[in-house]
Design a binder for this molecule. Structure first.
Ligand code: SF4
Length: 329
């Protein structure tokens, strides 16, 4: 066997093992409790939270998402080590359960700074996602993000603040490519917690009665792992041409759109995006962008005219068009 192929087979088996172990423990946990990390969905779709409790096994993740989960765990361990290496006191914490609301949460660490203790959660992200989160310094600002996974982070930490009875906590973001960090302070917020708990009361009642709330099409459906459970293929087609979930590409597209006046940066992002689009084909939407990627064969000649026919070969050309839909979707 080719050595590179052998190496990849072994590494892929590790990823598979991680997915199996993770899925097993996750399924047991999510049937029993509303997980703090999912509570941001309270502001998008109650049905998602009920599905997560009743049918966690139906949630679909792409291979890229699964690899990201594992990579995130590895980065989290590295960030934990860094916090300890700089001598910040860290408290050993256990997962906590808020029985009244069937909420379970396990913060990454509780650290001590200036005599005060703070829950801290580590989030690693791509350079594109990091550029987005770096613009925020508070949880409220993150909650206004148009990106689902970003606006969901504060709900998790607000819940930890309540579970661990703290006045505020920190989301520490790390750019996986450059190693840069960006902290966001998330205050305890009784108002937001109250809104989440109201939804959770309804979720728990639905779970007890094994009753699913009706599916209502919303913006979050586009990036939801239950889209195939909630909507038939033809219904989804009706609602969207075809959507590709690629968070990094979506961010790069938005950054390209925002810097049309900065020629050099625009060209750089444009080249980066078009390079990624070589992996796609057809017409589809990514976030607010309509993309068309056509591939067609083209004959090129690399020899003098008189010998062209003799050296003729076919290569694949990728042509991409990007149209910003201005948030209209
Ligand atoms: S697909 Fe839409 S309706 Fe269904 S759970 Fe997800 S967000 Fe809710």
């Amino acid at each position: 066997m080719d050595v590179c192929q052998e190496l990849m087979t072994k590494l892929d088996s590790l990823q598979k093992k991680y997915e199996e172990e993770n899925q097993e423990s996750n399924l047991v946990d999510t049937r029993k409790y509303n997980r703090a990390s999912s509570l941001g969905w309270a502001f998008d779709c109650q049905r998602y939270l009920v599905l997560k409790r009743l049918y966690p096994e139906l949630e679909k993740f792409t291979p890229v998402q699964k690899r990201r989960f594992r990579e995130g765990k590895i980065q989290e361990l590295l960030m934990k080590e860094e916090i300890r290496a700089v001598g910040i006191p860290v408290e050993k914490i256990d997962p906590l359960v808020w029985e009244k609301y069937q909420i379970r949460g396990e913060v990454d660490d509780i650290i001590q700074l200036d005599g005060e203790k703070y829950p801290i959660d580590y989030k690693s992200c791509s350079a594109a996602a990091f550029a987005e989160v770096s613009q925020a310094s508070t949880g409220q600002e993150l909650m206004k993000s148009k990106y689902l996974w970003i606006r969901h982070y504060p709900a998790q930490l607000i819940t930890y603040n309540h579970l661990y009875d703290k006045a505020g906590g920190i989301l520490l973001f790390k750019n996986k490519e450059s190693g840069e960090k960006h902290p966001v302070y998330v205050e305890r917020n009784d108002g937001i917690m109250g809104q989440i708990l109201e939804v959770i009361n309804d979720v728990n009642a639905c779970v007890a009665a094994a009753a699913l709330p009706a599916a209502i099409w919303c913006d979050a459906c586009k990036s939801c792992g239950y889209a195939e459970t909630c909507w038939k293929e033809e219904e989804r087609k009706e609602k969207e041409i075809k959507r590709i979930e690629d968070q990094d590409l979506e961010l790069l597209l938005k950054q390209r759109e925002d810097c049309r006046e900065e020629h050099e940066r625009y060209e750089k992002l444009d080249a980066q995006i078009k390079d990624i689009l070589k992996n796609y084909h057809g017409e589809f939407n990514i976030g607010d962008f309509k993309i068309k990627v056509s591939k067609y064969p083209k004959i090129i000649y690399e020899v003098p005219d008189d010998l062209k026919k003799q050296y003729e070969k076919v290569i694949e050309i990728t042509r991409s068009t990007i149209k910003y839909l201005g948030g209209a979707l």
